[in-house]
Design a protein around this ligand. Structure first.
Ligand code: ADP
Ligand code: ZN
Ligand code: ZN
Length: 737
């Protein structure tokens, strides 16, 4: 890579050629520096500059800036590379995002750099070491499961594999080192590139069904320039298979592609499926990579290598130079929206990026977001429907189980337990969905009515029986659990409600001969544990899976035929306008885990509101019909996607300070066409001892809203804030409580 021979536009005789630089700080301003004579700079390039008494890494935003009269600027120390770390297209993308999300440009630009480069390290790549098996798995002790698996994986690849691919397949560098010490693997030279390239003509997966073929035929190819397609494909309809075929058929061998997935879906199973089609072209990007792995993947992308990148949210910001297709799987997933700092939506940025690159973007989901569905209805996106399951599988039947007058055992009704028994007896697997981790969401004294609350938040603490702890799920505060009421010492101090641990216990005592596997954030903390669990489930032996949302997302469990939803009522009466959409999405996604193989699936939803219209339509199972109803409600309530929305949030050590700050904004925001609600305390008004308030702005003209937001941010920047007072802005917020 070399810098283009563009000259800085300094005029001869004017000594102060000036450059505008962004820093990785939450500052809404840029800094001007002088360019030393010998240096040529262009936008996107990394430089080292003196800043205060230290030096800092900066990114060039603009060259040929008018030098200020009468001030002598400090000079740039040096360029860290000759080439721009952020190529022009990535730079434009991030500048657009900075403006759209009203987040400081410097911080936006730096998100596209790997941590090492943010810190000013050189962009030199450590070569990817190749490993080859030099022994057999039998040589390992019986309990070295992961090492055995890794060695078997390598034995199946006689040419060896690069460390990056080994890590992508779910193994660790430690495991490679241990095998090396045992002399079961050896370092080897990378084979010449063409030997490892997969055969471009062969399609190694199943032949597409006529319905899949019809769907894929509707997606315009990369030659047709920009297109956005919303692939509505019911759970198990073979969307992933369709992406694979599309990329295989349409993607030029020299081009780059990006496949965005929610974090939890980036499992070795998914990667392996892609590797079967694309071999070494597959690279991954997710939160578990270390700094070295990030740098080396980043360089591959920046160097224009023809990778197919599977990554989570932030992958959409990487410096691709030849991006020809973008796929966003499970596009409705809320994890695409960053919840803090630079609050961008990976999905929405992906659509804009496809537009910049004049390439196709495919948004896929069984439960599309109302935003995307609305865009499809208004003709902005192509709507492609895939409404039958792949292979021989048929959609599951969904039934409501009214639990108002039924005795429950640890939250489980008799009919639900009987259904599980029947399912296990048939040699199949059951999945039980609980929306809360821990043992019980509340500990309550039946004598004095005391409930244990978090001392730092306006919430109750969750009882975690395995660790004998009370934990706040909002600030992670923790205390030891007590057997007596901490207030009146009564023994009538009991858990109320269901968490995954409690359901696990009940099921283990009801079905003592069947393994019960719990899947939640607590049980999957260890690296690789989710892989082990998935592997166990995929062995197909009868078992009961108990888990949270984690289980709902995109997994393919062919032998799960029964899904029980312990309680569906949480989202029915929430004040958040997105709650009904999210409830339906979760219920349909978790239902979609049933009956993906040969045997039909059944879903039982326990509820106290079996006549609620949302749950009744859910049983019909037609997502788009439900989505039509929800969109009508959004339209009459003047909510997104019919209007653009943004929220200013403030937090401080008192509620008064937070409300006061937002109060100063309100009159400035109330320009014609902008609706302002609040300021009001947030739903959880106090969190980790911070008092939170919010001001909601809505407008049917996005441009106008954007202008007002920019103006308000400027106003806030100029205010001297009282100690501890902080504000932030969230454009297109996912959480409005
Ligand atoms: P989705 O991504 O829509 O949930 P997948 O692509 O994971 O669906 O497919 C679900 C299951 O059906 C997988 O086990 C997959 O291998 C299988 N499958 C997909 N397409 C076909 C096909 N055309 N023929 C046979 N099996 C298929
Ligand atoms: Zn008490
Ligand atoms: Zn708390």
């Amino acid at each position: 890579m070399t810098a283009s021979p563009k000259r800085n536009s300094s005029v001869a005789g004017q000594p102060q050629a000036t450059v505008r630089i962004a820093l990785n700080r939450p500052l809404r301003r840029l800094f001007d520096y002088q360019i030393p004579e010998h240096l040529e700079l262009e936008p996107g390039q990394r430089v080292s500059i003196p800043f205060g008494r230290q030096s800092a890494v900066g990114l060039v935003v603009e060259t040929g800036v008018e030098p200020p009269a009468g001030i002598r600027l400090k000079a740039v120390r040096c360029a860290l590379e000759h080439w721009p770390a952020l190529p022009a297209e990535t730079f434009r993308l991030l500048s657009w995002a900075s403006d759209y999300y009203q987040h400081p440009l410097g911080e936006c630009l730096f998100t596209a750099l790997p941590p090492a480069l943010r810190r000013g390290r050189p962009a030199a790549e450590k070569p990817d070491t190749w490993w080859q098996a030099s022994g057999q798995p039998e040589a390992l002790p019986a309990n070295a499961h992961r090492q055995k698996a890794l060695l078997a994986w390598l034995v199946a690849r006689p040419q060896g594999a690069p460390a990056s691919a080994i890590v992508a397949a779910g193994f660790t560098r430690d495991q490679i080192r241990t095998l090396e010490q045992r002399e079961l693997v050896t370092e080897t030279a990378a084979p010449a590139r063409d030997q490892t390239a997969p055969n471009p003509t062969s399609i190694p997966g199943p032949i597409l069904s006529p319905a899949q073929q019809a769907a894929i035929d509707e997606v315009p190819g990369p030659q047709s320039g920009f297109s956005a397609s919303l692939l509505f494909g019911i759970t198990g309809s073979g969307k992933t298979e369709l992406y694979l075929h599309y990329l295989k058929q349409q993607l030029d061998t020299a081009a780059q592609a990006l496949v965005l997935v929610p974090e939890i879906n980036l499992t070795p199973q998914t990667v392996a499926r892609f590797q079967r089609y694309f071999g070494d072209r597959i690279v991954v990007w997710h939160s578990a990579l270390n700094d070295g792995e990030r740098l080396s993947t980043w360089l591959k992308i920046r160097n224009g290598e023809p990778v197919v990148l599977i990554g989570t949210r932030s992958a959409v910001l990487l410096p691709f130079t030849n991006l020809r297709t973008i796929i966003v799987d499970e596009e409705h997933d809320s994890s695409y929206k960053q919840g803090e700092g630079f609050r961008y939506s990976g999905r929405d940025v992906a659509v804009y990026r496809a537009h910049l690159n004049q390439c196709p973007v495919i948004l896929g989901s069984a439960t599309p977001s109302l935003e995307s569905y609305h865009n499809a209805l208004s003709g902005k996106y192509h709507l492609i429907r895939l409404e039958e399951r792949a292979g021989d599988a048929s959609p599951p039947t969904i039934n409501l189980l009214d639990i108002r007058s039924r005795p429950l055992e640890g939250g489980m009704s008799r009919p639900a337990l009987q259904a599980i028994e029947k399912c296990l007896a048939a040699g199949q697997q059951a999945l039980v969905f609980v929306n809360r981790r821990g043992f019980a969401p509340v500990m309550m004294c039946f004598d004095c009515g005391h409930m244990v609350e978090c001392p730092r938040c306006d919430t109750r603490m969750t009882y975690h029986r395995r660790d004998r702890a009370m934990r706040c799920h909002h600030c992670d505060y923790q205390t030891a659990a007590t057997e007596h009421c901490p207030k009146c010492q009564s023994e009538a101090f009991k858990p109320v409600g269901q968490g995954t641990e409690r359901t696990e216990d009940i099921l283990a005592s009801q079905f003592p001969d069947t393994p019960v596997v719990r899947v939640d954030r607590d049980s999957t903390q260890r690296k690789g544990s989710i892989q082990d669990i998935l592997k166990r489930v995929n062995s197909g032996k009868p078992c009961i899976l108990v888990g949270t949302q984690m289980l709902a997302k995109g997994h393919d469990f062919p032998n799960v035929t029964l899904v029980v939803v312990v309680n569906a009522d949480g989202g029915l009466f929430s004040i958040d306008f997105r709650a009904p959409e999210q409830l339906i999405q979760t219920l349909l996604q978790v239902s979609g885990r049933a009956g993906r193989g040969e045997n039909p699936g059944q879903v039982l939803v326990q509820t106290c509101h079996s006549d609620h219209p949302i749950l009744r339509s859910l049983c019909q199972g037609h997502y788009l019909t439900l989505a039509d109803q929800l969109l009508a409600e959004r339209e009459s309530g003047l909510f997104p996607p019919f209007r653009a929305m943004a929220i200013f949030r403030a937090e401080a050590d008192t509620m008064e300070k937070s409300l006061q700050l937002l109060d100063t904004l309100k009159p400035k925001a109330g320009i014609t066409g902008i609706d302002v609600w609040g300021p009001l305390p947030a739903l959880i008004a106090r969190r980790a001892d911070r008092h939170r308030a919010q001001l909601v702005l809505c407008c049917d003209n996005r441009k106008r809203l954007n202008h007002v937001l920019a103006y308000l941010c400027q106003e806030l920047d100029q205010q001297k804030l009282q100690g501890g007072l902080k504000w932030m802005i969230d454009v297109d917020p996912q959480e409005t409580g």
